[in-house]
Write a protein that binds this ligand. Structure first.
Ligand code: 13P
Length: 255
């Protein structure tokens, strides 16, 4: 397989710094030497430093859940790419549907963040996905295409190699309703084709496309067996060591 599987945990607004360190210590003990699956944990800003220290010496990478595109300035409550880099974050989730829905992140603003992240050598995990109404009206692929094209505007071929895309159908997030393997594979294949058009087939074939939305140990194996599903962006299932470790194992077994 040309693409190494990637399992990323999006802890959202969960865990104090102490709780986060406990969780990550358990993860490091269980899968901290994993070499056949890439693992990323994305705690909240307040836990980045302590989690980063707990990850030191392991193969698990650190990611943030958001950032502001400006380098610095009067943006109360915001955090820059450089601040994340200084805490040894190497990934950043951008365009998550919760940011789009609750905090007004538009495609244009997500695009600014993507460009700023790449410039600072942070790898964006760009999230795209349709709502239930959009799926039911048959516009899933169109919505995903718009989010991707707008979110990636101005990204060069050279920069594109550092991207990760996450397909997260909004109706599957935190609902226990997982996309069927056919539904997910259809969108993942479409995303890969689009990436190929934007950046060339070689890059399109190299980039990892994660599935997110109620992915759990019980349903991971069949999703990860699909040809264009290269890993998972995990919410609820990443908050407990056992389920996250089981997801990593499922990714490893699917290689
Ligand atoms: P759940 O795994 O809780 O459905 O969340 C998925 C998600 O939003 C990851 O970013």
């Amino acid at each position: 397989m040309i693409r190494k599987k990637l399992i990323a945990g999006n802890w959202k607004m969960n865990k104090t710094s102490g709780e986060a360190t406990n969780l990550v210590s358990d993860l490091v003990a269980a899968v901290g030497r994993s070499s056949d699956v890439d693992i990323v944990v994305c705690p909240s800003f307040t836990s980045l430093e302590s989690v980063g220290k707990a990850l030191d010496g392991s193969s698990v990478k650190l990611g943030a859940q958001n950032m502001h595109p400006a380098r610095s300035g009067a943006y109360t409550g915001e955090v820059s790419a450089e601040m994340l880099r200084s805490l040894f974050a190497s990934f950043v989730i951008l365009g998550h549907s919760e940011r789009r829905t609750y905090f007004g992140d538009t495609d244009a603003f997500v695009n600014e963040k993507v460009l700023a992240a790449l410039k600072s050598e942070l790898k964006p995990i760009l999230c795209v996905g349709e709502t239930l109404a959009e799926r039911e009206s048959g516009s899933t692929l169109k919505v995903v295409q718009t989010q991707l094209e707008a979110g990636l505007e101005g990204v060069t071929k050279e920069q594109a190699a550092n991207l990760v895309i996450a397909y997260e159908p909004v109706w599957a997030i935190g609902t226990g309703k997982v996309a069927t393997t056919d539904q997910a594979q259809e969108v993942h294949a479409f995303i890969r084709e689009l990436l190929g058009k934007l950046f060339g087939a070689a890059i399109g074939n190299k980039l990892r496309i994660l599935y997110g939305g109620s992915m759990e140990p019980a349903n991971a194996a069949e999703l990860l067996a699909e040809p264009d599903i290269d890993g998972g962006l995990i919410g609820g299932g990443a908050l407990e060591a056992r389920s996250f470790v089981d997801l990593v194992k499922a990714a490893s077994a699917s290689n």
